[in-house]
Design a protein around this ligand. Sequence first.
Ligand code: HEM
Length: 533
Amino acid sequence: MAAIRTFSLDEVAKHNKPDDCWVVVDGKVYDVTKFLDKHPGGRKILLKHVGTDATKAWMNFHNPIILETVGRKLQIGIVGDSSAEPAAAAAAPSDRPTVDADLLEGPFGDLIPYTDPSWYQEFRSPYYKDSHRRLRAYMRAFVDKELMPYCHEWDEAKQIPREVYLKAGRAGILQAVCGKLAPEYNNVPMPGDVDPAEWDVFHEFIVADELSRTGSGGVVWGLTGGLGIGLPPVLAFGSKYLKEKVVRACFAGEKNICLCVTEPHAGSDVANLKTEAKLTPDGKHFILNGEKKWITNGAFADYFTVACRTGGEGMGGISLLLVERTMPGVKTRRIDCSGVWASGTGYITFEDVKVPVENVIGQVNKGFKSIMYNFNHERLGIVIQATRFSRVCFEEAIKHANRRRTFGKKLIQHDVIRHKLANMAARIESVHAWMESLMFQAQHMSEQEQMLRLGGPIALCKAASTQMFEFCAREAAQIFGGLAYSRGGQAEKVERLYREVRAYAIPGGSEEIMLDLGIRQSLKVAQVLGAKL
Ligand code: HEM
């Protein structure tokens, strides 16, 4: 890589004409000569600032991410002493970020209150140790470099480039989102080089939480959505043959898997699903017929973990089959949704698909239990994402409120705006603390105890988190005003998240079902444990 050139502000000042113009933003020098006519804000406003350090004016109109995307192509150097030695060439890029020792101690992040979990700002916490701090720094470096600058582009394109899956695979991230580890199938060390023996619920939390800083459900689900729910049944109940077939390739980002439960006529009512698989007379295949709808990653997945009816009515007649895209009779199409565009939400039809009996995941007619097995993990994942997305709304809004001036003062100086921020922060911190407590329970309870005792509270927490997300997206959009009504630009994340709220409040158990289950299940368990009603 070429050495970075340094220029003094005096040198920059000489480049101030339309046919030769440079500008400084945030210590970097940009040659905007060829960009003048392409500047979305207009040619004249940019010309007024050429030859100067325009950082202050720039901050009023742009989302900082622009410097990473558009700006990267225009940058010619940095501001400094041009008589000094050229700065050293940057090290060769790697998919596995290195973590500096100084990031393992002390505060971490931007230090703006409530924009990160409180342990980032040195609030005491019983949950985190050195390996969590290392992972946090590792994930942040990966997300800031490889994902954050491109979310808008990928969302608009409605897909994430394959190379990004491979990068996430090489960084070890894809093997870290399935609830349980399967180190025998890992291609690379865990992210942050955390020892698999040390890996706990809070490590997985950090991976999901930091990924969610992208403020893009489309990117988070595009990369990990299908994997985090489609692969766990294979890992927990699949034969060695099935695991060998799919796990390594999914961890590497070479292949994608998705979970196919929901149908056009059956969402949360899983026990009544209609897709059916009939055994052939020779007992070697199932013939699969049916339709699945709103399947995350379904539009592009290679493997489909399909819930289907192999027996009688109700939950006792359901099995899970691993279906492959290459099998004749599998068709997918993308569904146009209001949000999570990059995640490939799909409509899938199975027409007389011949599936070998070796592809049954677990036991025939015992599939319902396998589906339920991962529900707590899936719902906690939604809580983690909805909570971080709420923080992103808060973060974007508080930063904007400190920049934008109206009626002669900054937005943050209006108490109506501070009230909005206060209500957002109070909800975020409450749900976050509850979520951490539930994760701690998950860590210390046996699987059986988790199934029994955590189903109710996790369901309630899911509903609380998506209601909070809806509130925060709305309030942040109001603080941004018109900027949150157009796509891209300064309110890019807020506008996108506002459209993604329903993608969190409905799947994985709708808000209504969660609230009902939260009380019913907790009461049932409490009665068994001796509650005096
Ligand atoms: C490296 C130099 C610059 C680059 C790469 C750049 C890039 C951009 C981009 C990509 C947008 C569209 C953002 C959006 O969709 O909201 C934009 C808008 C704009 N830019 Fe720049 N810009 C630069 C310098 C400047 C400077 C020095 C000014 C002077 C104040 C300026 C003023 C504006 C304005 C007023 C808008 C319209 C904002 C809006 O739609 O609300 N830009 N710029």
